[in-house]
Write a protein that binds this ligand. Structure first.
Ligand code: C5P
Length: 317
């Protein structure tokens, strides 16, 4: 917002609203190790942000309030467990102020879909509140708060492409040589990330090996080589997601049959991701998935996409 000091908070006055746009992610490599003492799994997690976005708008309010719109809005909790609410509370606590803010989430990322939708809302709320409250919190501190909120939240803030180590929160930025064309097939109902990790533990019997990033995959990203990237895509959580949702195998198979260069479950699922060699290829895979009725919706998107960012004032027009 570009409002003058003191003009905020009046009902109907939107001049101090701040809107942040945050991308979804797909894991082009998700190598999972055995469970650690703290219950989390050691990862080599190669994140790619893709152009499906949630928006979070922050406005002055008497106390923390939360709203959500979009096709999946009824599945987003609007209490203190919401990651956006927790982000606002954590930022306010760090600065010793009250989280007096209304947060409105415009949800376009599938809920519990393995595309970091909740993490996106947390990163969006953090950035929106920081701007609304004029805090100018240093980037490293924002990243610390992100890591406390969830393993994928730091990446939602940073965007682009990155390698995540530890439980996924320790990031190193990766260079990407070209735009990649993706199709995302969403499913009815979500999958619980902890449940998918539990199934991973059951299937591997804690015999998972030390996770390592694939050099061939990092080179494919760097060169922007879709064909090589397709050959390297790997998600260790895929067998667990398929075990909990066997019908996803048909979705993957349909996309492959329609000419996708590669197909995999996105993160902990149940969204399925398809890499295409061109924008046209992506459209035709999306069409085939819709026609076969093996998903709820099929959406195309490109990546890398930028991380969380404040949008220009939407009320100024
Ligand atoms: O960190 P976050 O809250 O996003 O993780 C959600 C759940 O996913 C964790 O509670 C844990 O069960 C599982 N998880 C894990 N290992 C990771 C990341 C997440 O076991 N590296």
């Amino acid at each position: 917002g570009s409002g003058e000091p003191g003009d905020g908070g009046r009902p109907g006055d939107d001049s101090t609203a701040v809107t942040v746009q945050v991308p979804a992610k797909v894991n082009v490599q998700l190598a999972v190790g055995p469970p650690r003492a703290d219950g989390f799994h050691e990862l080599a997690n190669v994140f790619l942000a893709v152009g499906l976005y949630d928006r979070v708008t922050a406005r002055p309010a008497e106390r923390l309030e939360l709203g959500c719109t979009g096709p999946d809005a009824d599945r987003v909790p609007l209490d203190g467990t919401n990651l956006a609410a927790r982000a606002a509370t954590a930022l306010a606590a760090r600065h010793g102020i009250e989280p007096a803010v209304r947060l409105d989430i415009e949800k376009d990322i599938p809920v519990a879909g393995g595309m970091a939708g909740g993490s996106a809302d947390a990163a969006g709320a953090l950035l929106a509140c920081d701007a609304l409250w004029g805090l100018e919190t240093p980037r490293e501190q924002l990243l610390e708060i992100c890591a406390e909120l969830g393993s994928d939240v730091p990446f939602s803030l940073v965007g682009g492409a990155a390698l995540g180590r530890g439980r996924g929160e320790r990031l190193s930025v990766l260079e990407v040589g070209a735009e990649f064309h993706w199709v995302f097939a969403t499913a009815d109902g979500g999958l619980s990330t902890p449940a998918v990790y539990r199934e991973f533990d059951r299937l591997t019997g804690s015999a998972a090996s030390e996770p390592q990033p694939s050099e061939a995959l990092l080179a494919a990203l760097r060169r922007g080589d879709a064909e090589q990237l397709a050959a390297c895509l790997a998600n260790d959580l895929e067998p667990a997601a398929l075990s909990l949702r066997p019908e996803l195998a048909r979705t993957l198979e349909t996309g492959r049959g329609a000419g996708a260069a590669a197909a995999l479950v996105s993160g902990s699922g149940p969204t399925c991701a398809f890499l295409a060699k061109s924008a046209e290829g992506a459209e035709s895979v999306a069409g085939a998935l819709r026609e076969a009725g093996v998903c709820r919706t099929a959406r195309t998107a490109t990546g890398p996409a930028p991380g969380a960012r404040v949008l220009p004032d939407r009320t100024a027009t």
